[in-house]
Design a binder for this molecule. Structure first.
Ligand code: PMP
Length: 429
């Protein structure tokens, strides 16, 4: 029996939690399958997918699919048994990280990874306070909503808790500091927030940040900022964590990890989304020193974390990244796409800023280049117009005016041209 899209929507509304949203409300995409950088609707429509960063090496990549199927047919159990994929994957993952990041924890999502980062930092520093950047999102658990200004200051949020401090997002396009000394001034803001400490005046134990800020509007910190901010945090006795859930695993092209763009080495790295190409998997990698502090007698057990099937998915993703030389591909296609947007910006005043790295880009739409007033309505209109042409993009940022591009990495130059031409046409109208 085939279910119509309208039927399916009604059935979903009846029994699936209403706090879940849906893309293109009123006209959702009823997906049948995905391949590479494309999604296919049940009616056969092909969509160029610029929003699913989870499908890093391409939707339903055959290599990942067969690795998962093979392992599932063989054995799937938990880390209290000994099996190769866990150790193979821990070796493979740590070989991609700089020293002293050499101890892995495996979990099932980005939220579980960040939740564990909170516990590691707390065990190591014996402090509860956390410093985050404004508009950040770090996950869906109670503790993570409390450190996510995007949520606690957003609709339904309950505001900032006293153990949390916020420093401004280091936005050199629209934020308070924009000149050549912006990195220094934003780092000074971090220092000021560190001095405020938690509610009791105790210094914070953890500074966590994304190397390129997603929810703040694809904001790329200015050179030198993260190094100075990390120095301040460490000098105050905190540990520093890079949330690589969005930008890790080669998405930035030139590097495997976003933090490498800034020449820093965090104490904790958290990973999720693309790590298993859609198979639920997350990871935390830290130093043996922090791992030793956490090894205090209380076992860390996670029923599904590190299961052989998830590890097989993770291993297959790393193999595909290397074999298909996706990092080099990302650098080339990104340059082509960014140049295309720069050209569009010469024709369309509404394009105020083009930023990001690799295939993690933001195109900031403004009503006026002098005031950089967010062109929210136009951005919403553009997302709808592009969808009608089979191109999936979304918006990001506090003003919901930044076109967010984070397609599966196989995205090609001809896909980029298709997208650029459609945006050109839509902006002319
Ligand atoms: N950190 C960042 C930066 C994220 O973008 C997200 C998810 N959007 C998370 C953590 C949480 O990951 P998950 O949804 O897998 O729990």
């Amino acid at each position: 029996m085939t279910t119509t899209t309208a039927d399916l929507l009604a059935r979903r509304a009846a029994h699936v939690a209403p706090s879940l949203s849906i893309h293109y409300q009123g006209n959702p995409i009823h997906v049948a399958r995905g391949a590479g950088q494309y999604l296919y609707g049940v009616d056969g429509t092909r969509y160029l997918d610029c929003i699913n960063n989870v499908a890093l090496v391409g939707h339903s990549h055959p290599r990942v699919v067969s690795a998962v199927a093979r392992q599932m047919a063989q054995i799937n159990t938990n880390t209290r048994f000994l099996y190769e994929p866990l150790v193979d994957y821990a070796e493979a993952l740590t070989s991609l990280l700089p020293a002293p990041l050499d101890v892995c924890y495996f979990v099932n999502s980005g939220s579980e990874a960040n939740e564990l980062a909170l516990r590691l930092a707390r065990a190591h520093t014996r402090r509860r306070g956390v410093l985050v950047l404004d508009h950040a999102y770090h996950g869906n658990t109670t503790s993570l909503v409390d450190i996510s200004p995007y949520k606690f200051n957003g609709p339904g949020g309950e505001g900032r808790q006293s153990h949390v401090q916020i420093a401004p997002a280091p936005d050199t396009y629209r934020g308070p500091h924009r000149g050549t000394d912006a990195a220094q001034r934003y780092a000074d803001d971090v220092q000021a927030a560190l001095l405020r400490g938690d509610a009791t005046g105790k210094p914070v134990g953890l500074f966590i940040a994304e190397p390129i800020l997603g929810c703040a509007g694809q904001v790329e910190p200015p050179p030198g900022y993260l190094a100075a901010a990390f120095n301040h945090a460490r000098a105050a006795g905190a540990v520093v964590a890079a949330d690589e859930v969005q930008v890790g695993f080669g998405r930035v092209g030139t590097h495997m990890w976003g933090f490498e763009l800034h020449g820093v080495t965090p104490d904790i790295v958290t990973m999720g989304k693309p790590i298993g190409n859609g198979f639920p998997l997350g990871a935390v990698v830290t130093t043996s020193e922090i791992a030793a502090s956490f090894n205090n007698g209380m076992e860390y057990f996670n029923t599904f974390g590190g299961n052989p099937v998830a590890c097989a998915a993770g291993l297959a993703v790393l193999d595909v990244l290397a074999e298909e030389r996706l990092a080099e591909h990302v650098v080339a296609v990104s340059e082509h796409l960014v140049n295309g947007f720069r050209h569009l910006a010469t024709k369309h005043e509404v394009i105020g800023d083009i930023r990001g790295r690799g295939l993690f880009l933001g195109v900031d739409l403004v009503t006026n280049r002098d005031s950089s007033e967010p062109a929210t309505e136009l951005a919403t209109h553009l997302v709808g117009a592009l969808r009608e042409q089979g191109l999936l993009v979304s918006t990001e940022g506090p003003g919901h005016n930044v076109l967010k591009l984070k397609p599966p990495l196989p995205f090609t130059e001809s896909d980029a041209d298709e997208l650029l031409e459609a945006i050109d046409r839509a902006l002319v109208q």
